[in-house]
Design a protein. Structure first.
Length: 146
């Protein structure tokens, strides 16, 4: 384990940090602070710091439509990749998803995020679908843990 400090954002400063990581890694789907507040009401969000330095964030979308499936997303800023932080965020997210009753785990990666796709494949995910959201030009990739 590293000295990574992972917290659940509970105010605008934490939501702003989560938003920053999301918007840097997903520049095709920029979120406002209100968007993040809304996501925090339905998903489990976390923010990761090394000391006071922002490193990454994660999202766990709990099982809703398919009661056995949750989505786990771990994001690490490029300057902090390759140090195991994504693995820590992912492991926490996976534990949280299992606590929420998930039997199946999915993730989603923007196709332009080669590091994220390699991470997902390395951790046992397989691609299930590629698609464009309305107005997007970069495809999204849905993956499922096998």
């Amino acid at each position: 384990m590293s000295d990574l400090r992972i917290t659940q954002p509970d105010g605008d400063a934490g939501f702003a940090d989560w938003r920053h990581v999301h918007n840097v890694i997903i520049p095709t789907h920029v979120l406002s602070l209100d968007d993040v507040r809304e996501r925090a009401r339905r998903n489990h969000l976390e923010v990761a710091y090394l000391g006071d330095v922002l490193v990454g964030c994660s999202t766990v979308r709990p099982p809703v439509d398919d009661p056995a499936t949750a989505t786990v997303i771990a994001r690490v800023l490029a300057t902090h990749r390759g140090r195991g932080f994504g693995g820590e965020l992912y492991a926490r997210g996976l534990r949280r998803a299992r606590e929420l009753g998930a039997e199946a785990i999915e993730t989603v990666v923007l196709s332009s995020n080669g590091d994220g796709l390699r991470f997902a494949l390395k951790h046992g995910f397989t691609e299930t679908e590629r698609y464009l959201l309305p107005g997007d030009t970069v495809p999204w990739i849905d993956l499922r843990l096998c």
